[in-house]
Design a binder for this molecule. Structure first.
Ligand code: FEO
Length: 396
């Protein structure tokens, strides 16, 4: 694949990874693969903004060499030290020893810990500019979007923002621009990305976006480090981030997710769904073995609330439910309405423990757990349905 011209003098020279199916240690399923976006800014001087994941280095170098001779790179700009963007930085600096590495002060130690030292490093902070001769790059520190050392690079003359991981999606396609692809896939992947990477950082996301808005920074194009580039109505993704961060973009859906041992918890889940449906909301039924954790968190992002179910095993929830419960604690869907349910045997405890995790994730647990001993009777299923109706009334 050739490099892709984004604007005059800026080329996408990244890599397409159609085959990757997991990210961040199997915590994130990437059904549509991903891209590692690197951008070459060519003025009188040349800057490479971010690099690609290690095994894709040759792909990146081949694209760069179709634009310029590699030796002409003057600056290697590292917006973010995580290895999917930085693991080819050492190879760039090895092949172009005179190039200077540009990053935030906080990134220096991280990069040195990952890779051998000895580079010529220029640290930058918010407002610093780099004159490439006719093209100017300005830097904005963006701590916790999504690491403490993260920064955005802004190409002033073309009003092009390269915010690294912020506003990304794990979506590999031959197309490079967001307006060229299936919008349902695009926005689903953007939601999933926010839910699984940025949700716990929502306060910082909100603050950073408001800060950029206050600066009145004109933005024509947003070119993130994963997925598609936003060139038509680029602020749409910024607006969605703000709405997700504030919990203001909410659909009529309620997520019901559970696992079951002898189908009793499944019967309860279905009765809860009927009750939610009775009240005019839309239940999303997600049996855990068939739906992975990161998809369920994406479902939850715009949902009104969530019901999580498990039978009790050894006084605990089932091991298969543990990843979801862990995500509810660590991704911190603050204020999202929640409750737990399940069947119990000689002893209970699973639903109560699930609710403890929900509370640790600052969720709004609005009802006592719903539990049934052994197999639910017809009357108990009617109670479950009423529980679903009440949950729906409370979240409306
Ligand atoms: Fe935080 Fe795409 O790496």
């Amino acid at each position: 694949m050739d490099p892709v011209k984004i604007v005059e003098g800026v080329y996408w020279v990244g890599a397409l990874d159609f085959n990757v199916r997991n990210f961040h240690g199997y915590s994130y399923s990437t059904h549509h693969g991903t891209t590692y976006n690197a951008y070459l800014v060519v003025g009188e001087k040349v800057a490479l903004v971010d690099a690609v994941n290690g095994s894709f280095s040759e792909e990146m170098f081949e694209r760069i060499s179709k634009v310029i001779d590699l030796s002409k790179i003057d600056y290697m700009i590292s917006n973010h030290a995580e290895m999917d963007h930085s693991s080819t930085v050492p190879e760039v600096l090895k092949r172009v020893p005179n190039a200077k590495l540009v990053c935030t002060e906080k990134a220096v130690d991280v990069l040195k810990k990952h890779y051998p030292d000895g580079w010529d490093i220029q640290t930058v902070k918010t407002g610093d500019e780099l004159d490439l001769g006719g093209k100017t790059l300005r830097f904005y520190e963006a701590p916790m979007l999504h690491w403490p050392e993260s920064m955005f690079t802004y190409y002033i003359e073309e009003e092009l923002l390269m915010p690294n991981d912020a506003f990304g999606q794990h979506y590999a396609t031959e197309k490079r621009f967001a307006d060229e692809v299936d919008q349902n896939v695009l926005w689903r992947e953007a939601e999933k990305y926010y839910a699984n990477i940025l949700w716990p950082l929502s306060r910082m996301v909100q603050r950073k976006i408001e800060e950029v808005v206050e600066l009145g920074l004109p933005i024509k194009i947003i070119a993130p480090s994963h997925g598609l580039i936003f060139r038509k109505d680029p602020l749409q993704i910024v607006t969605r981030y703000l709405e997700w961060a504030k919990g203001e973009r909410i659909s009529d859906k309620v997520v019901i997710t559970w696992d079951t041992m002898w189908e009793s918890t499944t019967k309860i889940a279905r009765a809860l769904a009927e009750g939610i449906n009775d009240e005019g909301l839309t239940p999303l039924l997600r049996l855990i073995p068939h739906n992975d954790r990161s998809d369920i968190m994406a479902d939850l992002l715009e949902a009104k609330g969530i019901l999580v179910g498990s039978p009790t095993l050894h006084n605990e929830f089932l091991p298969t439910v543990a990843p979801i419960v862990s995500d509810l604690e660590t991704l911190k869907p603050v204020g999202k309405k929640a409750a737990a349910f399940g069947s119990i045997g000689w002893r209970g405890g699973a639903a109560e423990k699930i609710q403890e995790y929900m509370k640790r994730g600052k969720m709004d647990v609005i009802m006592e757990p719903f539990t049934v001993a052994w197999v639910p009777t017809k009357e108990e299923l009617e109670k479950a349905r009423e529980y679903g109706r009440e949950f729906a009334r409370k979240v409306k």
